[in-house]
Design a protein around this ligand. Sequence first.
Ligand code: FSX
Ligand code: SF4
Ligand code: F3S
Length: 398
Amino acid sequence: MPKCKNSQTLPSHFGLVSRRDFLKFCGVAAAAMGLPLSMGAKIAEAVAALKRPPVIWLSGQECTGCTETLLRSTHPTVESLILDLISLDYHEALSTPSGHLAEEAKKKAIAANKGKFILVVEGAIPMKDNGIYCQIGGRTMLDILKETAPLAMGIVAIGSCASWGGIPSSGPNPTGAVGAAEALGGKFKVINIPGCPPNPYNFLSTVLYILTFKKLPDLDNQGRPRFAYRRLIHEGCERRPHFDAGRFALEYDDEGHRRGWCLYKLGCKGPETYNNCPAILFGNVGARSWPVGTGCPCFGCSEKGVGFTAPIAAQASLVHFSTTGTPFKGEERVGGGRLCLTPPQTFPPIHPPEGHGPSAATVGVLSGLTGVALGAGAITATKLGKKETESDDKAGKE
Ligand code: FSX
Ligand code: SF4
Ligand code: F3S
């Protein structure tokens, strides 16, 4: 756990979360942001000293999975942290009042926090026929968003629907669904946290970053925080050694699938999807708790033009991924920057009959090391947190 000189000045609890767990979480968040673990303590101190920023949460065309993912997350009770770090002044699904009372509560919350609140948008915004396909309290989501955005301090689009249209925008997109940035005509800077649902740690880390450093995190050319979306799923995937060795599951529940081989031929979109799922994992429901870890190909939920667009079983484009050793130019990469993959000279062709090319073990060691290095910070931090929690529990501390 990161040491914090002034940790005693922190409150003993943040709602349901103990000071100890809060510090651990901030350490994990620091690692996820690519910062040294020791920054976790600084983040904790900075955030603890702040007044909770008001948040107005609007919902458009969506399944409420983005809210669910925040509320169902566990270790260390991310939902408690979120609800303690921000003042959730209006949220359609979580507000106690409904109908006119809810509308009244929203108006009051916006008027009382003009220029100071963070606007979180969940869900897509239909543009066709003046937005009539999503109405709340008799008004279109489009109008509500256009009216609310100029009054906000900052705008966060949570989930793929709010980022670029997500499920509602998939072909033939009958309602003309788009993300928040596009609905606002590109006039506002919107932080996109895509994923269907997105990882709650990415949302919380973004909030922590803004609160701590008083500025937006570095964003890629799709408005996503680079700290979370700068690498392809394929770069940190634990099945990567099998891809490099040409070992693929060909059907669900075949021998290759049961042995944990690469899911590329089952339609895995890891080679064209940017996200930190292999490093941060999902839901803390057990080891390797992320789609590919459970045997399900990544379907590119966080990538515009891939998730809900490319056929599920279609093989991913390898355009982001050179097997020839030719370096990509930064601008060719969606998220920007250069790829840093397994040394290309170790690659066999990707469709060799089994037994040809370098052995899985040889390539596995090399590419496994790359994957380990990529996710090491976050994974180590997560494990550290868990181990310490376990031993703390045994010792009966806090
Ligand atoms: Fe979309 Fe979020 Fe997917 Fe669902 O609300 S990103 S459909 S998980 O819930 O907006
Ligand atoms: Fe992992 Fe998918 Fe890449 Fe295979 S194709 S290594 S399963 S991300
Ligand atoms: Fe989505 Fe693929 Fe991650 S489907 S959750 S981006 S592994």
